[in-house]
Write a protein that binds this ligand. Structure first.
Ligand SMILES: Nc1ncnc2c1ncn2[C@@H]1O[C@H](COP(=O)(O)OP(=O)(O)OP(=O)(O)O)[C@@H](O)[C@H]1O
Ligand SMILES: [Mg+2]
Length: 364
């Protein structure tokens, strides 16, 4: 476990947020499956023990069994609409798809007149950190509907035995009034099918979902999300009205994201935007956001050192570059990113003369 993760677990545990601890651990299980399967299995086993103390399948702090029984409505975690949350950056094909979802809602009556219905069940697929959750939130805001989030990894990990009935309660509640229900990590259900001990329970879950997806009321919206489309049961998949694919940002959107994430500091970083954009190719929006935040903090805390340190952030293997590679990089900075020679020379530890000579060679 990384120290950040440990800190988060400790914090949640000390705040008494048992269900959040379980949820977080369930995320760690998923993360660890590739890197350390043995650890993942052990952690998962732990999560299966004593589910009685945390029998809510929903993201909400400290639900107790009494809590659950006393309420008529299940204890949803309701995400308040955060008006300051910015609009997700999306490629144009995706934007068109989302606009159509909104338009179909607006024209629901006309559609119905012709026997058509607005899309009410959608599956989002795509790598981590590209805006699936953010877009579900945005859509719910555009539709003016409350958003409820249900993490199916948490359902699977902690609630076997009661999962079916809890899922039923959740779905019934979400169907009882217009809302957006977001089923995150829906592959958690398909993923475990190979685990024989769970098969009965899983079949029940999948069957419940199969029925619901097809008949989801069109005043509401059911959105499922997955990073692993290949693991989702095809029978489940084809029941969604719409399949929306999220991709890593294009070069254009990387730059837009950097500009947006720099916010009020854009002026101070304008000379670095192109270089930053180049260094973030192939990264997700959330990784780009993290890099940009680190740089902004670094600049604020340590402005004098900033010039000599930020390269280490942008080029993690800087230390291991050979002298020739450093020279080429310095030349690239000057010729492609309009860096002053002095700055490039200092950052890479080569002399200005060397850069000048190399540039002359390239230009002749
Ligand atoms: N398309 C985007 N436009 C702008 N910011 C984004 C975008 N995608 C992600 N981000 C930033 O990264 C954060 C995390 O994104 P989000 O939670 O939506 O990713 P996700 O696709 O749901 O990932 P996961 O599969 O891990 O759940 C967002 O809160 C936002 O700050
Ligand atoms: Mg997400």
């Amino acid at each position: 476990m990384q120290s950040n993760d440990m800190l988060e677990v400790a914090r949640l545990a000390l705040e008494g947020k048992t269900s959040d601890v379980r949820l977080f651990l369930a995320k760690l299980v998923r993360k660890a499956r590739k890197e350390d399967p043995e650890y993942a299995t052990k952690l998962e086993e732990l999560l299966k023990t004593d589910p009685s103390r945390s029998n809510s399948v929903l993201r909400r702090s400290q639900p107790t069994p009494e809590d659950f029984q006393q309420r008529k409505e299940p204890p949803f975690f309701r995400i308040a609409h955060d008006k300051t949350e910015s609009v997700p950056l999306l490629d144009s094909a995706l934007e068109t798809q989302l606009q159509q979802i909104l338009m179909e809602r607006k024209h629901a009556d006309e559609l119905e007149g012709k026997g058509l219905k607005p899309a009410s069940s959608i599956i989002f697929q795509g790598p981590p950190g590209v805006g699936k959750t953010m877009t579900a939130n945005w859509l719910s805001q555009q539709l003016g509907l409350p958003l409820y989030v249900l993490d199916l990894t948490a359902v699977m990990s902690s609630l076997l035995g009661r999962t079916g009935s809890n899922l039923r309660t959740v779905l019934d509640y979400a169907k009882s009034h217009p809302c957006v229900l977001f089923l995150d990590e829906i592959d958690a259900i398909a993923k475990k099918r190979s685990d024989e001990s769970d098969v009965g329970e899983l079949k029940r879950l999948v069957n419940i979902l199969l029925q619901e997806i097809e008949n989801w009321p069109h005043q509401g919206l059911l959105i499922a999300a997955t990073n692993h489309p290949e693991l989702v049961d095809p029978a489940l998949w084809r029941r969604f009205d719409l399949d929306v694919t999220f991709q890593l940002p294009s070069e254009g959107n990387i730059k837009k994201a950097i500009v947006e994430f720099l916010g009020p500091d854009l002026d101070q970083f304008s000379h670095l935007v192109d270089l930053l954009a180049d260094s973030q190719k192939g990264e997700s929006y959330s990784n780009i956001k993290r890099t940009v935040s680190r740089l902004r903090k670094l600049k604020l805390i340590n402005p004098e050192e900033f010039d000599s340190v930020y390269f280490k952030y942008l080029i993690p293997n800087l230390e291991t570059l050979s002298r020739q590679e450093k020279i080429s990089l310095a030349v690239k900075l000057v010729s492609e990113f309009s860096f002053p020679k002095q700055r490039a020379a200092k950052a890479l530890g080569v002399s200005r003369d060397t850069i000048r000579k190399k540039l002359d060679e390239v230009n002749t």
